[in-house]
Design a protein around this ligand. Sequence first.
Ligand SMILES: [Zn+2]
Length: 149
Amino acid sequence: MPLFVDTSPPGQCIFCRLVAGEIPAARVYEDTLTIAFMDIGQVNPGHVLVATKRHAATLLDITPQEAAAVMQTAQRVASAIQATFDPPGITLLQANGREGDQTVFHFHLHVVPRHAQDGIALSWPRKNPDATTLQDYAAQLTRAIAPTP
Ligand SMILES: [Zn+2]
């Protein structure tokens, strides 16, 4: 994961400044709720970030409308990446919280063109709990899940 961490206060973060045009960016697309621009790190050619225009730190802080808009923009960008760079795979990555590997605390989603042996590693240790435990987790989440708006 990148080592850069943006510690700017909310509203002055680098993505807010980018949205405001105060710092340069290679913009790809924008609409009323979202903006898409080239990630300066470019893991592979065509690596794009989709961010909300409004400052919101994480997935838990954006509205359902912003969540939908971000995914729609990500799909449009992914189609453009496929047409332009023709990668054999595309990965979406969205990180929340320092422990979740978020480094800029303004909601964003990576759209990453993928190639074999491109150096990206995402793995986790499987814990494989028993079926009863899974049912218990599901029941807890079902009780906590917000009703459909
Ligand atoms: Zn911001």
